[in-house]
Write a protein that binds this ligand. Sequence first.
Ligand code: CO
Length: 216
Amino acid sequence: MPFKSSYKEIFTANKKWIERKLSADPDFFKHLSQEQNPDYLYIGCSDSRVHANEVMGLEPGEVFVHRNIANLVVNNDLNALSVINYAVEYLNVKYIIVCGHYDCGGIRAAMEPRDLGILNPWLRNVRDVYRLHEKELDAITDQRERYNRLVEINVYEQCLNVIKTAEVQKSYMESGYPLVAGWVYDLHDGLLKDLEIDFEKELNRIRKIYDLTKGK
Ligand code: CO
């Protein structure tokens, strides 16, 4: 595929963007540079077609973002865990959203039985999600449907991983926030689907084994 835009064009586009922002609000950068006060932490896929602010219709400053391949929350991933910690303890976000998307290359790769090199340990997390829900997934005969369902189930499991963190459990007990939500974005029509995860129910279920609200 040819290189579509020259490197320099990015800086020209940047200047045009600044002009647009300033003509709408002369204090745009003044306000933005003072502090950030987002209500949302968005954990999504690195896929170039899914952009948090854009799909949520939010402006800079309104959503704290973490992205990785297949929108995973892995319990020894210092990066994701630091983002969650900062978002909960310092930014006091009201919602943590895990957003997956249909046609996710990471999820598709994890469904294929082959060696993917350095991606193996990362995608193992998705293969483990498959194993946890093997019965439901294997019962879906249409391969595309099964793939879409794994995208949804993966979001659900990553929401549980967020709920398993001490920060989220303790903050929720003290202040009623953050709530955790799971979404799937559809690349074909741009629609966000809320998986309507029952946060209270999942939190109570999780705490039976993963309760971290006591101590420290
Ligand atoms: Co993806």
